[in-house]
Write a protein that binds this ligand. Structure first.
Ligand code: PGA
Length: 260
């Protein structure tokens, strides 16, 4: 069955009160829809507990925006995968370009992925080329290399899922998304590479998403592509009307596909 996943990355934009309101909006947007996209909301750490209560027993899942790569220890200010598990997170972003820009390495990202699996949390691994790489025509190579090194040493077991978000760095927060065609081409590249890295991973356990300047005006053009498994939405996901419109559109796309 086709699935479309929508992940709202609320970054450091909203606190608990607004996060709760956005989560309620997401629930309302799904109400009455016949086909439900998988919605994941990623509030800031302090808002996780409040949002968890709102979305309990619903079709909306809880995600975190980051995790520390070590299991535990003297790491002031950091949050471990076990702590996220306790908070009810079932997804966690890793390797977001905003974190890589702060010095996060591929090796750390790979350790984060393993830590998350150890605690039953699905990683959403973000990859994407820089503008310079794009201009040099080496986008696929850059993304493939990133996948390889961000997943070194990771093992995936039977029921684990893997989400990969293709987020070209030049498209994040710029108002200029990739074209749906370019996104589709990169999704194919990603699927092929993951197939080589994890030959045992069933395709239904791999979700490839696009992210970067998605809003309510362009989301549909990506969602209607069968290769695009969903969207990772930053800026637009903290605007209630945009976020709910995108959710409703994903539900409609799924409904259309179910009749096709
Ligand atoms: P954007 O961010 O939608 O604001 O471009 C996407 C992201 O950073 O995940």
């Amino acid at each position: 069955m086709t699935n479309k996943m929508l992940i709202g990355n609320w970054k450091m934009e909203v606190g608990s009160r607004e996060s709760v309101a956005l989560a309620r909006g997401a629930l309302l947007a799904l109400r009455g829809k016949k086909q439900l996209p998988e919605v994941v909301v990623c509030p800031s750490f302090p808002a996780l507990a409040d949002v968890r209560k709102v979305i309990a027993r619903s079709h909306v899942s809880l995600g975190a925006q980051n995790v520390h790569h070590e299991e535990k220890g003297a790491f002031t200010g950091e949050v471990s995968a076990r702590m996220l598990e306790e908070q009810g997170a079932s997804f966690c972003l890793v390797g977001h370009s905003e974190r890589r820009a702060m010095g996060e390495t591929d090796a750390q990202v790979a350790k984060k992925v393993s830590e998350l699996y150890a605690h039953g949390i699905t990683p959403v691994l973000c990859v994407g080329e820089t503008l310079a790489q794009r201009k040099s025509g080496i986008s696929s190579q850059a993304v493939t290399n990133q996948l390889q090194s961000s997943l070194t040493g990771v093992s995936i077991r039977g029921r684990d899922r893997l989400c990969i978000a293709y987020e070209p760095i030049w498209a994040i927060g710029t108002g200029t998304p990739a074209s749906p065609q370019d996104a589709v081409a990169m999704h194919d590249t990603i699927r092929q590479r993951i197939g080589i890295l994890f030959p045992g991973l069933a395709s239904s356990r791999l979700q490839v998403l696009y992210g970067g300047s998605i809003d309510a005006t362009n989301a549909y053009r990506f969602l209607r592509e069968p290769e695009v498994g969903g969207l990772l939405i930053g800026g637009a996901s903290v605007h209630l009307s945009q976020f709910t419109k995108i959710i409703a559109e994903a539900a409609d796309v799924l409904e259309g596909l179910s009749h096709a």
